[in-house]
Design a protein around this ligand. Structure first.
Ligand code: C2E
Ligand code: CA
Ligand code: CA
Ligand code: CA
Length: 275
């Protein structure tokens, strides 16, 4: 698109059309896919840097369509959000996680806390917190095993709403985590208003400029500040062991990234826990 030749415009046009078609396609299959239970949950462990051991995991949804192909969330989450169907998908994932934890608890097997992603759109839903509490109670999951991840909002009215919801979630015993910090308009002022448990540093946080020393100083400063509020930090998307060493030195609490584990199907995650 950059050099604006005719060919490139044609290509651009094509790709927009392709995206629209894809979106229509997703849209028309979503409801059926929920009914047919085509969504599965993958688990990606988070490793505690103090012990080098798994401490918890994040649940990440996948769409496994009838023909066996796996569709990544970036392709369908935005469509679910636009169609106001994201709450159904998020709850489906949450329930799957509760089922998994219940089964393992019943069998006396080891479990770690699991975090689930909750779309910010759900915050506008009056009974969102109660529904999550109901599902958790139905599966009899101890509250400390569940964490809610959500991204920060930039609008002021949303900030107030968000603080209210986070407070309620924590009253109900859920841990709360801010996702994607450092990507987009994150601001540290959220520390003043949001009583969160964990801050997840987005991988883009680690390559902000062409000045690595400066980057490191920023990351280190944020970790230090956040710790003063007794908030723990997770570095996300970490792929190299050099980065892990740096993060250890800076006092980061957890790492979630390919360097340790990729997201994996439930059965594989269970095997990792059992081994
Ligand atoms: P996220 O919440 O920031 O999740 C982390 C993403 O980073 C995951 O992508 C994960 O596979 C990927 N990742 C983990 N380690 C590495 C690494 O070392 N390198 C790289 N390059 N990537 C890594 P995934 O699974 O494709 O999910 C994408 C996004 O979709 C998630 O980003 C989240 O925003 C959304 N999402 C996933 N599951 C759900 C869900 O159940 N509900 C909602 N509302 N959103 C979801
Ligand atoms: Ca997340
Ligand atoms: Ca993230
Ligand atoms: Ca992300």
């Amino acid at each position: 698109v950059k050099n604006g030749t005719k060919q490139n415009y044609v290509y651009y046009d094509d790709s927009i059309r392709r995206r629209l078609r894809e979106e229509k396609d997703v849209e028309s299959r979503m409801l059926k896919a929920l009914e047919m239970r085509e969504f599965t949950v993958f688990y990606q462990p988070k490793v505690e840097l103090k012990t080098d051991k798994i401490a918890c995991a994040e649940a990440l949804v996948r769409w496994q369509s009838q023909d066996g192909t796996i569709i990544p969330p970036d392709r369908f989450i935005p469509v679910f959000e636009r169609k106001y169907m994201i709450d159904r998908l998020d709850q489906y994932v949450f329930e799957e996680v509760c089922r998994f934890l219940r089964d393992r608890l019943k069998e006396g097997k080891q479990v770690f806390p699991v975090s689930v992603n909750v779309s910010r759109l759900q915050f506008y839903n009056q009974d969102f917190v109660q529904r999550y509490v109901d599902i958790r109670d139905q599966y009899q999951i101890p509250p400390e095993l569940l964490e809610i991840e959500f991204t920060e909002s930039i609008a002021i009215d949303n900030a107030l709403l968000m603080a209210r919801i986070v407070n309620r979630l924590r009253q109900e015993g859920f841990s709360c985590s801010i996702d994607d910090f450092g990507k987009g308009y994150s601001s540290l002022s959220l520390l003043k208003t949001l009583p969160i448990d964990t801050l997840k540093l987005d991988r883009f946080f680690f390559d902000m400029s062409s000045d690595p020393e400066r980057d490191m100083a920023v990351v280190e400063g944020v970790i230090e500040l956040v710790h003063k509020f007794r908030i723990r930090t997770v570095a996300e998307g970490i792929e190299s062991s050099d980065q892990v060493e740096d993060l250890k030195r800076m006092g980061c609490d957890f790492v979630q990234g390919y360097v340790f584990y990729r997201p994996m199907p439930e059965a594989e995650y269970a095997q990792v826990l059992d081994s």
